[in-house]
Design a protein around this ligand. Sequence first.
Ligand code: FE2
Length: 385
Amino acid sequence: MREDLTKINNHNYSLEKLFSDAKDFLPLLGTDYVEFYVGNAKQAAHFYKTALGFQSLAYAGLETGLTDRTSYVVVQDKIRLMFTTPMPGSKGEIYNHIEKHGDGVKVIALWVEDATSAWKETTSRGAESYLEPTTQEDKNGKVVKSGIKIYGDTVHVFIERKDYKGTFMPGFEKWNSHYNPTSVGLKYIDHMVANVGWGEMNKWEKFYNETMGFANLITFDDKDISTQYTALMSKVMTNGNGRVKFPINEPAEGLKKSQIEEYLDFYNGPGCQHIAVATDDIVSTVSQMKERGIEFLYVPGTYYDTVLDRVGDIAEDIKILKKHGILVDRDDEGYLLQIFTKPLTDRPTLFFEIIQRKGAQSFGKGNFKALFESIEAEQARRGTL
Ligand code: FE2
């Protein structure tokens, strides 16, 4: 991965250079799973299976002896999503999260070799503990978990599963379903974006840098990310091997309300704004998701009048990209194709990005303007611009 990330948007961003002071004190193997606290886990899991092509993986609830919550886990290639709803035995934490935030991401779980060391290294550098190292066992082996708090009510849980052979984790049973809709070709989580409050981007950059050993790969200021009306700023943080990337957004002053401010209002504070998932065939993925009911942001047809002047030759038929509203951008290493869903929740908070990288390792800076104008049009329809 290191050599994949040497140049971004014409800058020489070398991971070697970013991480020159040697030892990575928090080696991450990737994203393990993402857990959402939701009002109805059973229905959320059904939606993600039906509309986004996930398959049933694991279940925990009354039948497995769990009385305070019900969790369903779905999977698509390397992506695992968990949906959790409180049950009457719950002490209120999950209820409170849902009341305050609506359905949203609670846990961004990171896969590690050693969850005890991950907890010690991060908490000794100032991270607040969420879960002390805890071992869970069943007949398939053991999993060690630990966790720290991050922005808002969101947390990272470190998962050590090298001694586990079961389906998911101790406490879960395999979820066998007769309903198994096909995959839409989603492969892995490319990045997950945080929205934080006014003036807090640098605080969270410092947090990821100092307590987790991440580096700032790239910064977008309000001139990079603004339209006639609204603006935001963003810093992309990456871990040492480039497998885990967290852009952090904060609102910036504009004539009208920034989309980040709208998010903060509806989520009642900082949280995860979008999950970008990679595919090898964005046209096929997006057409299947549309057929299954997912709505994507609308891009003005005029975008396609000039896009090829900006990005040069691409293998895809521009007419097909235009039909679906798929955006294109290029950097020194290649190009990328991307598209954004409308919010998947009732509140205008969480959405998904579908991304296909054809060499490019950047984040679609050339599309920001068209994209944000499209988001503004949606804000105007909601009366929140
Ligand atoms: Fe993104």
